[in-house]
Design a protein around this ligand. Structure first.
Ligand code: EPZ
Length: 442
């Protein structure tokens, strides 16, 4: 298990190039199961662990994939007989529930392991299964698997808003199932996240009529009977830039930057973050596909809630908390999407941060000096929070279990080093050797 060792205090400057969106790419990869013809994807963040896991799952489902340069992935479905996504792979990544829709549409049946618990809190999938039922599928839970069958899916009105708002992956899953339905499907209470628009964009590129993505009402014209040998023809699609990676580097620039330019991003997808940065005194120059952020010594305190798009994203809650530790007073963050997503909080305390949790809310008393510490990453975005805190903490930080970070940030240590940060990746063995050497040198 790799470790990041960070010497805090270097001011960052220069530019960083944003990768393709992880959460945009994952459902699109699963949507390739709807196709018979070749699929060519561009700008896929192929070095991410979640992308590699997805390609393995697709392989078990009869898809041959080739990863080329610059994020190109070519996929060809060779065998449509398998309908089962196994526990071993699905338990590594919750997004794999997204093979439910395409398998059902193309193969008439799906057996997908229930993803199980997650360190960011409870993550049920009943909205996904209710959506499949609304399209006429019979769904049951058998031995830890979601089992869904439909001789023929039928277009229908599907309502997808739950106790915490809509569901991003659930919306994408139902959109993919609806491609194989007879007639029109209308998804009401659909998630509006840009990643849903990526799925819609892919389906359109494959010739499917989809309208309304980006709004709470999405319409999909079903193709009917895909399972009778009539998969989609294939085509080409480019994955948009990752708005969460963009936001993470904007926050890194605010925390530790002199002047950092984020390149190849889509600023219009980060308006909630830009508005917040403006309110707390961080200046950002916004171009068409670039943003330049000027670092700060401290920020004004703020009271903010994480909510579905276009509000402030829960995926940036952790990285934001690292910045608010530099606040000139008490900040309040409430996560209304994942109210238990605060694993980073107790680790932030190891840096000396004054943070505490009350229900779905974190209270951050800004201004406490941060000093380097050994900390444990517990999930993807919590890892990013700890790395950002390490950049500004005094002295050396070691972040353990960096494999969480590798699920969603491509070559983060290289990107940060290019900006002037002192970050190295060490295997546990290398760290051990370093320690022995230090001991030997007295
Ligand atoms: C997606 O997860 C993202 N994952 C998450 O990013 C992201 O945090 C989340 O959307 C919210 O934006 C991927 O795209 C792979 P939801 P998803 O279903 O779709 C509740 C990351 O770090 N809910 O929109 O699984 C749920 O518990 C990951 O990259 C139900 O109640 O999230 C939550 O409170 C982590 N019933 C809320 O809805 C359901 O059936 C939103 O969850 C499904 C969800």
């Amino acid at each position: 298990m790799d470790i990041f060792r960070i010497q805090g205090g270097n001011r960052l400057s220069g530019s960083v190039k944003i990768s393709g969106s992880k959460n945009g790419a994952l459902p699109v990869l699963f949507a390739s199961l709807l196709c018979d013809g070749p699929v060519e994807l561009r700008n896929v963040p192929t070095e991410l662990r979640d992308i590699k896991t997805t390609l393995k799952i697709l392989e078990t489902l009869g898809a041959r994939s080739e990863v080329g340069e610059y994020g190109s992935v070519n996929i060809q479905i060779q065998d449509v007989s398998s309908t089962c996504a196994d526990y071993e792979l699905v338990s590594a990544m919750r997004a794999s529930i997204c093979c439910l829709g395409p398998l059902l549409a193309r193969r008439g049946e799906a057996r997908v392991s229930l993803p199980g618990g997650c360190s960011i809190g409870d993550r049920p999938v009943e909205l996904h299964t209710r959506g499949m039922e609304a399209l006429g599928a019979e769904v049951s839970i058998e031995n830890g698997y979601v089992v869904a069958r439909a001789a023929q899916l039928k277009g229908s009105t599907v309502y997808l808003s739950g106790p915490m708002g809509s569901t991003v992956l659930g919306t994408q899953n139902v959109m993919m199932a609806a491609v194989g339905a007879e007639g029109e499907t209308v998804i009401e209470g659909a998630a509006c996240e840009p990643e849903v628009q990526a799925t819609a964009g892919f389906l359109r590129a494959m010739g499917v009529a989809v309208e309304g993505d980006g709004t709470p009402v999405i319409r999909i014209e079903g193709r009917g009977r895909l399972d009778q040998g009539g998969g989609l023809g294939g085509g080409s699609f480019g994955i948009p830039p990752d708005r969460i990676e963009t936001g993470t580097y904007l926050l890194a620039g605010a925390i530790a930057g002199d002047k950092v330019t984020i390149e190849g991003c889509n600023p219009s997808e980060n308006l909630a973050l830009l508005d917040l940065l403006n309110r707390i005194g961080v200046s950002v120059e916004v171009g068409t596909s670039t943003m330049t952020v000027q670092g700060v010594e401290s920020v004004a305190p703020v009271d903010i809630s994480m909510l579905p798009y276009p509000a402030f994203p829960t995926d940036l809650q952790g990285p934001l908390m690292a910045l608010l530790c530099l606040g000139r007073g008490v900040s309040i963050i409430t996560d209304k999407v994942f109210p238990d997503r605060f694993n980073h909080l107790s680790e932030l305390r190891r840096f000396g941060a004054r943070v505490r949790k009350e229900g779905p809310t974190a209270i951050i008393e800004g201004g406490a000096p941060l000093s380097g510490a050994k900390v444990m990453a517990s999930d993807l975005r919590a890892s990013a929070c700890l790395v950002l805190a390490g950049l500004v903490a005094d002295g050396m930080t070691e972040v353990y279990r960096i494999y969480h970070l590798d699920r969603g940030y491509e070559r983060m240590e290289e990107k940060l080093r290019k900006l002037g940060a002192e970050v190295e990746r060490l295997s546990e063995k290398e760290l051990e050797q370093d320690r022995e050497m230090e001991l030997a040198q007295g």
